[in-house]
Write a protein that binds this ligand. Structure first.
Ligand code: SF4
Length: 253
């Protein structure tokens, strides 16, 4: 897969069709889903390159770069190769489209996802609600990474998680909201986020995800703190779960 990284091929086409579309790809791989409702299930991962944000806890800074352009044919060849090696077909396994920020390349995804033929999980940081709307007809599970205050060093003005959640609710797509929490997260920040989520999507599934510390980034809250928050936030009647990422524990991508 390293051969597919940073190939420096031409920039994305202006008009995207399945024949001409190209996209910045960071990596393509098969692994276990490490987060959220699909945790522990084998999935294909398509990590797109390019992100306008700079989160304090980002564990894939490599994916900030919009490099490594591939065509639809090249992407499908690699995904199908991974499936073939595993003895699977497209319709048997969910494809997780992640980043970076996938909505940076919405034109490509709008051209390609309708042709994929399998289940799709789309991960977004909650930017570009209008672009998100275009993709939702081809998405089976939306994972909305709801950024808490003071966790984004750059690009904060682009965040519109409430608008993204509202668009998803109208579309009827299954949604999970993820809040990455650190030792510096406050109850007040969580109360504000939960109030906004509950207003837009009562009963929404929300994961409090203790951060996986990366480099000099912030560390996770204690287990006791997570339990306290879970009880303090209970009154919002959201489907709240605490779940750390499992793939770092397993030593896999
Ligand atoms: S949105 Fe994701 S890829 Fe972008 S900086 Fe934040 S954690 Fe990293």
């Amino acid at each position: 897969m390293d051969a597919l990284r940073h190939r420096g091929l031409p920039h994305a086409a202006v008009v995207m069709t399945p024949e001409t579309a190209t996209v910045h790809v960071d990596e393509i791989f098969l692994s276990l889903q490490g987060e959220g409702l699909e945790v522990g299930r084998p999935q294909l991962f398509l990590r797109l390159g390019g992100c306008p944000l700079r989160c304090t806890y980002c564990d894939t800074p490599r994916s900030w770069q919009a490099s490594g352009s591939l065509s639809i044919q090249e992407i499908e060849a690699e995904l199908d190769r991974l499936l073939h090696e595993a003895g699977l077909r497209r319709e048997q396994i969910m494809l997780s489209v992640t980043g970076g920020e996938p909505l940076e390349q919405v034109d490509f995804l709008a051209a390609w996802l309708p042709t994929w033929g399998g289940l799709v999980l789309l991960e977004t940081a909650g930017v570009y609600a209008a672009k998100l709307r275009l993709l939702l007809p081809y998405v089976h599970l939306l994972s909305l990474d709801w950024k808490l205050p003071n966790t984004v060093r750059q690009g904060e003005s682009l965040l519109e998680p409430a608008a993204c959640l509202a668009v998803a609710v109208v579309s009827g797509v299954a949604v999970q909201v993820k809040l990455v929490v650190t030792a510096m997260t406050t109850r007040a920040e969580l109360e504000d986020a939960f109030a906004a989520i509950a207003k837009i999507s009562p009963g929404c599934t929300v994961f409090l995800q203790p951060v996986t510390q990366f480099g000099a980034g912030p560390g996770p809250p204690t287990g006791k703190q997570l339990l306290d928050w879970s009880l303090q936030l209970f009154h919002f009647h959201l489907d709240l779960r605490v779940l750390p990422q499992i793939h770092p524990m397993l030593g896999i991508r």
